[in-house]
Design a binder for this molecule. Structure first.
Ligand code: MTE
Length: 321
């Protein structure tokens, strides 16, 4: 059975779930059940996690990298999405990904590493390595959210494959299956969706592989069963529903760069002084805030400069946009 979000609760999009509601798992379950929100427990997850979707994940480690910004509501995070494989409208993924069944799921690892092969998703989801990371997400379109992800460090995952000295980049690929991802029947993008990071970016402490959010499994529209989260880069770098990871010597091609090379660069670091050719990046609209609230200033590297600025020392950020 697919992960199904049955009848979403009637919450105004302006209403932000207080942090305390979801941090207290029992209150959270009461809240969601009371408002008619149920996630099925039959997922790609191993037996312990299936049990835990009814009673909560096992104790999630808290991350020192978590943002203290106000977290967006579950409704904002799961009904305002970009996932072109399920349509180009913001509400399309929520509607069209309902029947997507991310089970079973495997990830092919290839290229410059010692441990290439095909791995089951379950090989990566270890209860003691799961943590919660509350990250800001800044979309290149000029809006932002704050999302409480559940997952593990990308660097920890990649090290297991023992990349060699020729591994200068990492490429990620989304599932390509027109029958399961109906948006791929239209040639709006170069399918399959691919993304990439330089190896030192990938090995930084911030990139995160998310398998859940709000203390539960990852909803389909957010990239089930596993997606990347790179919080200092525009949201399109955070590729969803990953089936392949490849270590490469050359910089990999990326979907948005191929689609519009003058608009979307390989790096795509959040930067208020590097405008998109068609709009300014100086400000951002915070999703969930009332319309009369002013936009907020975009922060360099989306506020994560302390962790990542050193990666780009000496680089012209306007050239390497
Ligand atoms: N990954 C895939 N495979 N397909 C997509 O269309 N959209 C990207 C990114 N990852 C996208 C994707 C964009 S533009 C953004 S802003 C984020 O996902 C949105 O993530 P969210 O819907 O979970 O907020």
């Amino acid at each position: 059975m697919p992960i199904i979000v049955k009848s979403l609760p009637e919450i105004k999009s302006s209403e932000i779930t207080p942090r305390s509601v979801y941090l207290d798992r029992r209150k959270f379950m009461k809240h969601t059940v009371a408002t008619g929100l149920l996630l099925t427990a039959d997922t790609i997850l191993p037996a312990w996690a299936k049990k835990s979707t009814q009673s909560g994940w096992p104790e999630l480690k808290k991350s020192p990298y978590s943002s203290s910004d106000t977290v967006n509501s579950f409704e904002d995070i799961t009904t305002y999405n970009n996932f072109y494989e399920f349509g180009t409208g913001k509400k399309d993924p929520h509607k069209n990904a309902v029947d997507f069944n991310p089970k079973p799921w495997s990830i092919t690892v290839a290229g410059e590493c010692a441990k290439a092969g095909s791995y089951n998703l379950e090989d990566f989801i270890k209860p003691d390595s799961l943590e919660e990371r509350i990250y800001r997400l800044r979309c290149v379109e000029g809006w932002s959210m704050v999302i409480p992800w559940v997952g593990f460090s990308l660097a920890d995952m990649l090290k297991k494959f023992e990349p060699n000295s020729k591994a200068k980049y990492v490429e990620f690929t989304t599932l390509f299956d027109k029958s399961r991802m109906p948006g791929q029947q239209r040639r709006v993008l170069h399918w399959p969706y691919t993304e990439g990071l330089r190896i030192d970016e990938a090995m930084n402490e911030l990139p995160f592989m998310a398998v859940g959010l709000y203390g539960d499994i990852l909803p389909n529209q957010n990239g089930a069963p596993i997606r990347l989260v790179v919080p200092w880069k525009y949201g399109f770098k955070s590729i969803k529903s990953i089936v392949k990871i490849r270590f490469t010597e050359k910089q990999p091609q990326t979907t948005w760069n191929k689609t519009a090379p003058k608009e979307y660069g390989f790096y795509s670091n959040v930067n208020p002084i590097v405008d998109h050719p068609r709009w300014s990046q100086k400000k951002e609209r915070v999703i969930g805030q009332p319309f009369w609230k002013p936009k907020r200033d975009t922060q360099l590297y989306n506020g994560y400069a302390e962790q990542v600025a050193h990666l780009y020392q000496g680089m012209d950020l306007k050239k390497h946009f």
